[in-house]
Design a protein around this ligand. Sequence first.
Ligand code: PLP
Length: 796
Amino acid sequence: MFANKEEFKYTFLQRLEMVYGKRFSESTALDQYHTLGNMIREHISNHWIQTNERNRAEHKKQVYYLSIEFLLGRLLGSYLMNLGIRDVVEEGLKELGIQLRDIEEVETDAGLGNGGLGRLAACFLDSLASLDLPGHGQGIRYKHGLFDQKIVNGYQVELPEQWLRHGNVWEVRKEDLAIEVNFWGKVNVYTENGRLKFHHIDAEKVMAVPYDMPVIGYDTKTVNTLRLWSAEPAKFPMNKNVMQYKRETEAISEFLYPDDANDEGKILRLKQQYFLVAASIGSIVREYRNRYGHLKDFHQHVAIHINDTHPVLAIPELMRILLDEEEMSWEDAWYITTNTISYTNHTTLSEALEKWPVYIFKPLLPRIYMIIEEINERFCRNLWERYPGDWKRIEEMAIIAHGLVKMAHLAIVGCHSVNGVAKIHSEILKHREMKRFYEYFPEKFNNKTNGITHRRWLLKANPELATLVTEAIGTGWIKHSEQLIELKRYATDASFKEELAHVKMKRKAILAKLICEKTGIAIDETSIFDVQVKRLHAYKRQLLNVLHIMYLYNRLKADPNFTIYPRTFIFGAKASPGYHYAKRIIKLIHSLAEKVNHDKQIKGQLKVVFLENYRVSLAEKIFPAADVSEQISTASKEASGTGNMKFMINGAVTIGTMDGANIEIFERVGSDNIFIFGLTAEEVLHYYENGGYHSYEYYHHDQRIQQVVNQLVNGFFHDAYDHFEPIYDSLLAQNDQYFVLRDFASYVEAQEKVGTAYEHQEKWLEMSAINIANSGYFSSDRTIREYARDIWNIHE
Ligand SMILES: *Cc1c(COP(=O)(O)O)cnc(C)c1O
């Protein structure tokens, strides 16, 4: 049905009229989108079935990637591209008088994630399938993904996201494969034939119903599966108020990250985590039993990866099945479990390390809690043997301590592999955050530097640049991203650079148009597009960017002879609903935009733009248009970052700190092709260990800092002038935890270099080309090959 455009057109029209019972001329873009989606699903169904059959027949080891987030974005465009049918479809539709782009735009992002962690999971799925590896995702089918952000008067307002409003054409509901999940109740312990038995009684049962989505690789017949679980009432709810039971059950897959400020919210989050794990492991084990009968060699045929600690209950859940259902010895069960499961750590921020109060955990998951207690006791006994008398160390390392269950500790103890997501992050884990664990389990720790699927982020998002790349070096890079390095030869090629400039201008014009439509702000297309898009967080230091813009504005106002190369500062960021400080920064960006954008005196040399509702589909329009990539986190805080890689592959030049994967970008492009500033991680950590620094001194001695900091509270922003006091306080009274003022001068200097470098277009384009050439390493294909080889031991 996609063999040629005539056949495509014929099938498309037939399907559309059949399914919607109306003429094509009366159909909407949404009807057309659904028709196309159904055709694609039908088209790949054979490959989907065959992939599963082949995996079974060949007894291939399977990987399951468990993640509380999958930030997939839109799928239509990516599937058309991966299937190699985009051109046929586009041309066929054109003859029917429709633009494929318009149909793509009606797809709602599958926004089942917050940011980097969830997007990583989505990039990994693409790479697994594209590399023909048997790797599948398991997650939660949230009814509402991450909130939609509206900006009202400069303030963030959150609206419930509605991605399922028009159904989800990519999913298949598999009711017959539902899994029963148990909460609450109690555990009866008794002896039978000399063996301790555990019987979970009076449990509240929830049905986990799977919805399978195909994961289609690029130019391959492999179609893997993303299985998302939906929570539904069990057939025969016991006791309890039925309506309340229904409400509580459905709440489990209602929202991504429900507010967990109170105990009720904490219970819900823990329920979500166990729900994901029990459903996933339940279905993996069921399929395994059907194939092999027993679970004795489970770890040889199955690898389960947990993306951060949210799915860490996979460890006690697999133990429960092996102990209570398979009746294995503790030692055998533990051997299989630890050899099956591996774990990725994503952060060293202490507030992000999960700890659950025992008083919540134990009643909700009584049998799981018993198993964790046993794991903890055995672990502490081993520690005692290794470090006799060292109570402090054992207390620090225990899985349960001071009434809390420490999820990261459980993960490290119960997995065979613990990895960080960039070299520096893995080193910090080994030598600081998880030092004690590294001393005890040195063989478990390793690094897997993150990556992005270069197919979505270059081939799909920036077809203009992709075409230019292909004209230069051929198509090999699409499957072998490391071939992008061949572009290095073109970095000094005048005609290549001219075309590169042309492509960038074209993408800037497209973004400028979008900005004008969305915000009404007319921007100079020839200005430098300086972009910071990522979650709003104090450690990512959007504030440093803002203070620098304020400083530029002050200089332009004070000195009519001072000029700069025109710059457009573009922001996109959602703040967590309960993160009030971050929300004030969003307001600050808007107040600054208001001030700067309307000031005739600065002659359009500065513009500030905030694009609302930052998400994958918007990101795909932003990265191709960026000249400058802002990666300015406080060194040591950003585990890796992946936005930095998406900018780089689109030819933007980074201004950044020596943090996360910025360091590895620096190592590849060299100091001439990146703008590095600020404290190093070593220096930051040294300050922390010695009580911080004195931000007041920097305020006191630097006029520029004094002026911009004062402007936060002195009426400069008359529309919200007491609103920024907490920001002011964070910098002075609270001693500037994220070293914004400490890095200010260094940042200003680096930004001046950026401005100067941009004026030398020939040199700038060379930098841009060198960045693209070196971005091949940061493909998630490379990352996934490393996971497959070092952690999962899986093969094509
Ligand atoms: C890549 C991406 C992120 C992660 O960006 P960082 O700069 O690494 O924090 C967050 N959100 C979306 C929509 C993304 O595409």
